[in-house]
Design a protein around this ligand. Structure first.
Ligand code: GBH
Length: 486
């Protein structure tokens, strides 16, 4: 039919941001240089048994020393934007006190290189690398600590935010406070598969609250320090969580996980209040007395932009379902649950092909999330701040790297982004995770999410076929159809 080509070749609006994303600890390396102190991820990754293969971010993709070349590579590929994170212990060693100018110089230089190349910088303040001294001073500091379960960490974060804003506010307009506070709270303090590796469900709930507070206080500090044109956001990893069946038990499982994965953050941040069912579901663990008057209001109403990181949906059922044990356990790989008070909810493998992470490919989850937050966050712009997949990429004999699975993954998800935009979602941009292969947290270097292949022996970068495909999409704003098989 005649509308076929225009309907199915997604043409995106001009001004739509096309970018890639990274995080400091995953790519920078230079862990002991220019005044940087350890973060909880240095401590965690150097602890035997915590990260696959004993890998650490000590060298990573050596981006700290190769930054100008990496920016040139982005420009050559046709990228319009770049989302990076700032290493807190690089710019404020130990997590308190004055700024470290050498650390800030790196990010000033990065922003300058990006702007000179016509690439829009998007800065994330916190992508999981809490200064170690704020977590456990016994490992080298003297300050009071305790990490995100402690209220003081939120105040420390706001101070750090102000310091980075003073240094980079003239260059950067797009600001994100936290990346995926769910992971910081529940993988860091409940399941323990991420740093700092604690397994205390109440500490995790306290952490979630102090991350909400930290977001609000940091947003206030950013507003005070930044020019009016700055846009402030947060990047969540909302779960597209579906019930296995429509039975009351499965619907209740869905509600519980929706509360712990999603509404625990969007409640305060979008409406200025926690959902009451979250309190009820966790009442046997805590009375939430760590939430003080005014905290929820501080977390609320701060967002110009809601960043959504999406990889795969989740399917859950009631604890007694007979399909128990069939696939994805929802525990992030550990023995301890990341779902305080709802530990017995059963996670099932969603339909769809699997990536190298064993995550299902289902782009409709992204559509569902965009439509949900378009409805729940009216007036807040949406941004896909991460989307992508790991595959077992290997160079061919001629050195080229072909990753047709990743091209199909991206094509499928971008098609759903376009569909959500046609259906009314105000989506302003898309950032592919990730620019290049990097330190994949508990999986070390064993999982490759990059559009660019990294040979960790030589640090040579080789754009995969997906990088060229995505670069063409970025330059033209058009999603080609059919998917080229390259
Ligand atoms: C993002 O995390 C990170 O921001 C990024 O740094 C990382 O490299 C990238 O994605 C790829 O992993 O098994 O029920 O615990 C995504 C983390 C992945 C966390 C899916 C939740 C499944 C939930 N999320 N995971 S569960």
């Amino acid at each position: 039919e005649s509308t076929e080509s225009t309907e199915s070749t997604g043409s995106f609006p001009s001004g739509f941001l096309w970018g890639t994303a990274t995080a400091a600890y995953q790519i920078e390396g230079a862990a002991r240089e220019d005044g940087r102190t350890p973060s909880i991820w240095d401590t965690f990754s150097r602890t035997p048994g915590k990260v696959l293969g004993g890998d650490t971010g000590d060298v990573a993709a050596d981006h700290y020393h190769r930054m100008p070349g990496d920016v040139r590579m982005m420009a050559d590929l046709g990228m319009g934007a770049y989302r990076f994170s700032v290493s807190w212990p690089r710019v404020q060693p130990g997590g308190r006190g004055p700024a470290c100018e050498r650390g800030l110089d790196f990010y000033r230089a990065l922003a300058d290189e990006l702007l000179a190349a016509g690439i829009t910088p998007s800065l994330t303040l916190y992508h999981w690398d809490l200064p170690q001294e704020l977590e456990a001073p016994s490992l080298g500091g003297s300050a009071t600590g305790g990490g995100w379960p402690e209220r003081d960490t939120a105040y420390r974060f706001a101070e750090y935010a102000g310091l980075v804003a003073e240094a980079l506010g003239d260059r950067v307009e797009l600001w994100t406070t936290l990346n995926e506070p769910w992971c910081s709270a529940f993988l860091g303090y409940a399941s323990g598969v991420h740093a700092p590796g604690r397994t205390d469900p109440v500490a995790a709930l306290r952490a979630a609250h102090h991350l909400n507070l930290a977001h609000g206080l940091a947003a206030q500090a950013l507003r005070a320090a930044l020019p009016a044109r700055a846009r402030i956001g947060v990047s969540l990893n909302p779960s597209a969580v579906r019930p296995l069946t429509q039975s009351p038990g499965d619907l209740d499982a869905r509600r519980r996980i929706d509360a712990l994965a999603n509404r625990i953050f969007t409640g305060p941040m979008l409406t200025g209040a926690y959902p009451s069912d979250l309190f009820a579901d966790t009442a046997h663990l805590t009375d939430w007395s760590f939430v003080r008057d005014g905290d929820e209001a501080t977390a609320g109403g701060q967002l110009d932009t809601l960043g959504i990181n999406y990889y795969a949906p989740a399917v859950v059922s009631a604890p007694d379902d007979t399909a128990k044990g069939s696939g994805h356990d929802g525990h992030g790989g550990g023995d301890h649950s990341p779902w305080p008070g709802s530990e017995s909810v059963v996670f099932h493998r969603p339909p769809g092909e699997l990536t190298a992470m064993d995550w299902s490919v289902d782009p409709t989850g992204l559509y569902d999330l965009l439509m949900r937050y378009a409805r729940e966050a009216p007036g807040v712009a949406l941004m896909i701040t991460e989307n992508g997949a790991a595959y077992d990429d290997k160079p061919a004999a001629d050195g080229t790297v072909h990753d047709p699975d990743r091209i199909r993954y991206l094509h499928g998800h971008l098609t759903e982004v376009r569909r959500a935009m046609r259906d009314g979602a105000d989506v302003r941009g898309y950032f592919l995770w990730s620019l290049m292969d990097n330190f994949e947290w508990a999986y070390g270097y064993s999982k490759r999410f990059g559009a660019v292949y990294v040979d960790y022996g030589t640090q040579e970068r080789t754009p995969k076929s997906s990088a060229r495909w995505y670069g063409r999409v970025a330059r033209t704003g058009v999603l080609p159809r059919p998917v080229p098989d390259e």
